[in-house]
Every structure is written in C-alpha cells, then in structure tokens.
Ligand binder design. Sequence first.
Ligand code: HEC
Length: 392
Amino acid sequence: MLGHIQDWVELLFRWGHFITGIAWIGASFYFNWLENQLDRRPAQNRDGIAGHLWAVHGGGFYYLEKYQVAPGKLPEVLHWFKWEAYFTWITGFVLLVLVYYLGAESYLIDPRVADLSVATAVAIGIVTLVASWLVYDVLCRSPLGERPGLLSLVIAVLLVLLSFGLTQLYGGRGAFIHVGAAIGTIMVANVFFVIIPNQRDLVDAVKEGREPDSAKGKAGLTRSRHNNYLTLPVLFIMLSNHYPATYAHEWNWVVLALIMAGGVLVRHYFNVRHLPQRKVWILPAGAAFLLAAFFLTMPESREPVASEDSADAAEVGTDVVWNIVENRCLACHSADIRQGGIAFEGKEDVERLADAVHRMVVETETMPPGNATGVTDEEREKFHRWFQGLDE
Ligand code: HEC
C-alpha cells in the first residue's frame, strides 16, 4: 500500500513537472518566435510601436503590437509569465527527492564509481544546485558580464567540468540528472532573482513616470538569452534516463557535453534563421556534435573472455542464465514486484526480453541499478555468450 501511494505521488509530480515545463518553455519559445517575426517596418506601425504581427490560431485572428519602450499609461490587466517557471522547479525538486534522494542507493550511488553514503550523496546534490547558481550569478555580475561571448564560453566550460565532476561521484544516471537540475535551477533563479524584479522595475518606472534603469533591462536580457540556449540541453537531460547508452558510457561526461553542444547549436539556428546573414553552417555543426555522440556511444563488440577451461567456453544455455536471473534479478522483477514493468516469470520471459536484457546487463551494465545484487563479471559474460548463442 505504501509503495502504491508513493508511486502515485511520484506520478502526480512527474505529470505536473511535465505540464508546467511545457507551459514555461512553450511560452518562452512563443515569445522568442514573436520577437523574431514582428513586422518592424516603421511605415507599417503606429507611433511608439516597435512592430506588429497578425496570426490565426484556433479559429480566430490575433493582432499583437510590441511597444518600443512602454505604453504611456499601464493597462488595467497586465499578464506576467512566471508561475510556470516556479512550478517547474518546485515539482522537479520534489521529483529529485522522491526518485534520486529516497532511492539514492539505486539511482544516485554507484559503488563502482564512488562508495558514498546516502547522506553524503544527497548533500553533494543539494550543494551542487546551490553552488551552481551562486557561481553563475557572480560571473554574470562580474566584469565578465560586459563580454557576453566570453561569458557564455566560461559557462559552457564550467558545465562540462560539472558533468565531469559529478560523473566521478555518482552513477551516470544520477550525475546527468544533477547537471540538468543545476541548469534548471539557474534558469528558474534567473527568472526569480533577475528577470522578474527587473521587469517590475520597468513597470514601476512607467507608473512613476521616470526613466527605467537601462542596466537592469540589459541584465535581464542576458539572463533570458542564457535561458534560451539552455532549454534544449536541459530537455535532453530530463529524458536521458531512458538512454543508458549515453549515461552509462565510460565517457559519459563527454557524451553529455557533445549532446549539449548539439542542442545549443540547434537552438542558435532557430534564433538567427530569420536574420539576413543566415548562417548555413549552424545546423550541420550541431549535427556533427550529435553524430560524434552517436559514434562514441556505439556498442563495442565484446569478445568472449578466452578461457583455459573448455567447458567454460561452451555455449551458454537459457538454463544457466535463468539461474543467474533467479539470484540476481527476481528481487525486483518477479511477478509481484515488476520494477520498470518487467517481470521474469520463467525462461520464456528472459528469451522474449533478450535484447533489453543484453542491453541493460552487458552493453551498458545498468542492471541491476548500482549493481545492487552484486552481479559478477563472469555472470555478465555468461549473459553475453547466451545472447550470442540466441542469434545463431
Ligand atoms: C534493485 C532492483 C533491481 C534489480 C536487482 C534488477 N533490476 Fe532491472 N529494473 C529495475 C528498475 C527500477 C527498472 C526500471 C527502469 C528504470 O526506471 O531505470 C528496471 C528495468 C529493467 C529493464 C527494462 C529496461 C528498459 O528500459 O528497457 C530490464 C530489461 C531489466 N531491468 C533487467 C534486469 C535484469 C536482467 C536484472 C538482473 C541481472 C535486473 N534487471 C535486476 C530494478 C532492478
């Protein structure tokens, strides 16, 4: 019963995280698109208007105008966009606790990487989130903030270093999710601490009839830009737990860096494609990074260990594998428990799921999580030889 309740709490928070994330990033994509598509020809716009746009959606026509600075008088109702961002973070943090902190032994700690205690692992996670924001914020406010190109480069290098560091402390899956959580925290904190307060200053300035502080406007813009470029990397990371070939790879932090670079370039293409100086190299460059990640994660063809003992080298039948499954897998994959929806009720199930079993146990070594039941190398080797035998 308790497990069932826990499953449902997790379900609701995951659902909520997904919904608020779509609302936040959807609105952000929409406003970016709007900004890029405005008809800015002066002759086509009223005085004080920077641009306008017509759109048709859901059976209605919409007409929008963007002010050059601000309207002379504030409207009665002014819509803000912030709760989507805050709730994305709140639901995400609860999920992090439910899945990765309460399940630290399966999803965060991998004794083959570092034998951390649960408390240490969780502390490292929380410190990572807070420290990432503090370091990022200090950099943006430092003289480096005046040089946006260099600032972006420094942030990119620090993110790769963070990926490297975390993969030396956590299992790949937990390391990836913490890179994503750190980026997500930076993005939401940008909204909370910089973008919204600066927007409030702009609104107050209009109310009081004074000039808005242009430095604040500029800072807000830099943070929005960063958020824009970070969306695609963070979205991949949130899906990455489905792809053990990426997070369980020996060079997982390099794989992550390549995919993040690919995502940033794809985002860049969509930011500049409407501009006259269209850059044809951007998408191919993004594709090149992703292709590099594709080749890097290619499964190696494993040679069976040469054994002196000829009986050992003999073909491995499903009987042998079933024996191992009974000892090492049924704790989580029996008819009653069915972790991940997988149950091995008999040999047929192991044969039916052979591809997935081979991928999880041999290629990526992600099952059992954190090697909870202590599967040995010889046993993994047996899975491999059994699988090869099935192919023939
Ligand atoms: C400590 C619990 C535990 C043990 C032991 C365990 N698993 Fe899993 N397994 C899980 C969980 C949890 C999932 C769900 C996937 C996820 O959320 O990462 C899963 C998922 C799977 C999947 C589906 C993966 C996919 O996404 O296609 C396969 C196949 C699998 N396990 C095979 C095995 C095999 C084979 C063993 C024994 C060598 C094993 N597992 C041992 C917990 C366990």
